[in-house]
Write a protein that binds this ligand. Structure first.
Ligand code: AMP
Ligand code: MG
Length: 326
């Protein structure tokens, strides 16, 4: 790559890009050598795959669409015919799962283990109790906390899984990170090129050559976006800036649950971005530190991970090797 040539810039916003036009949430200036990219708007967010070099765009788009459809069929909570729904419909019974969903479930259990349960795949009932299914229709009743599942009660046996009565699996957090890792590797293998997969803010970069340049924008007018260079790494952002609503009695609610209370986390952070070895690990950690609140930066530092915290009040904390300045 020549001196004045710019690597691709991908804008990653805190949380997801729901209700924003595609063009503002994903900006890649033309580059040489060029990138080939595909963008899908689904899951109320934006998913994209960038492959460095000139490869048929239709093949990149096809790979992305195929992977997203496979995930949707396996793990959507909002599809009656998904494998996940058959687990949620049969609490207390062993349910056979595909190797694909089994691998995702194992990743979810690892994420819970890694975060001591702060990132918990058993919180579906609490997410719904918080009003997540109705919030677009207006204020929701204040949730009664307590509908908390505990990931330690999720049992695995060969190709089967069993959840306890009352639990609803929700792989919404883990699925995007896991899929970003999977899609980046699948595309790298398919096209023999550097790849960047962004699943609604959970991103995996893969390159052995020029780094990918990724811009993280916490969407706070006082806090400028910040760019970082990634080679082989995952980056995930958790935030409460979007998917946020009011309960009928005037309380603020959002979609990140504190498993210790069963209610939306009370956190001082507008957004937490984390870099880790994989997007799956980055997602687990970014969820955990958002839930942890004030002690999030120290926890992240103890894990040896890098991150950037932007407070609701505008304060910032950078951890590890996160670059000091834009
Ligand atoms: P993300 O898009 O990665 O920020 O994940 C947010 C989604 O994960 C929410 O919409 C919920 O479906 C689910 N979720 C909420 N709180 C948690 C938590 N503490 N651990 C795991 N998943 C969660
Ligand atoms: Mg996440």
């Amino acid at each position: 790559m020549g001196e004045e040539e710019q690597p691709a810039v991908v804008r990653i916003y805190a949380g997801d890009s729901v209700d924003t036009p595609a063009v503002t949430s994903f900006a890649i200036p033309p580059t040489d050598p060029p990138e080939t990219r595909a963008v899908l708007r689904t899951w109320r967010t934006e998913l994209s795959l960038v492959v460095r070099g000139r490869v048929p765009q239709s093949l990149v788009a096809e790979l992305l669409a195929r992977e997203v459809e496979q995930m949707d069929r396996a793990a959507s909570r909002f599809r009656e015919d998904s494998e996940l729904s058959s687990i949620n419909d049969n609490p207390g019974s062993w349910v056979r799962v595909s190797g694909y969903l089994g691998a995702l479930l194992d990743c979810a259990l690892e994420s819970a283990e890694l975060t001591d349960g702060l990132c918990d795949p058993g919180l579906g009932a609490a997410v719904d109790a918080a009003g997540y299914r109705q919030w677009r229709d207006g204020a929701t009743p204040r949730p009664q906390p307590g509908a908390v599942g505990n990931w330690r009660d999720i049992e695995r046996r060969g190709d089967e899984v069993r959840i306890p009565p009352g639990m609803h699996l929700d792989l919404g957090a883990v699925a995007k990170g896991w899929l970003a890792d999977r899609v980046a590797f699948a595309a790298a293998e398919r096209f023999g090129a550097a790849t960047l997969a962004n699943m609604g803010g959970d991103l995996r970069a893969l390159t052995a050559e020029e780094p990918w340049v990724v811009t993280v924008d916490p969407e706070d007018s006082q806090v400028p976006a910040q760019s970082l260079r990634l080679w082989d790494a995952g980056l995930a952002t958790s935030g409460i800036g979007r998917r946020r609503w009011q309960t009928t009695d005037g309380h603020a609610a959002h979609h990140i649950i504190d498993p210790r209370t069963g209610s939306p986390a009370e956190t001082p952070w507008l957004s937490c971005s984390v870099v880790a070895a994989t997007a799956a690990q980055a997602n687990a950690a970014s969820t955990a530190v958002l839930v942890l609140g004030d002690s999030g930066p120290e926890w992240l530092d103890r894990q040896g991970l890098d991150g950037w915290f932007v407070g609701v009040d505008g304060r910032q904390r950078r951890v590890g090797r996160w670059p000091q300045r834009a």
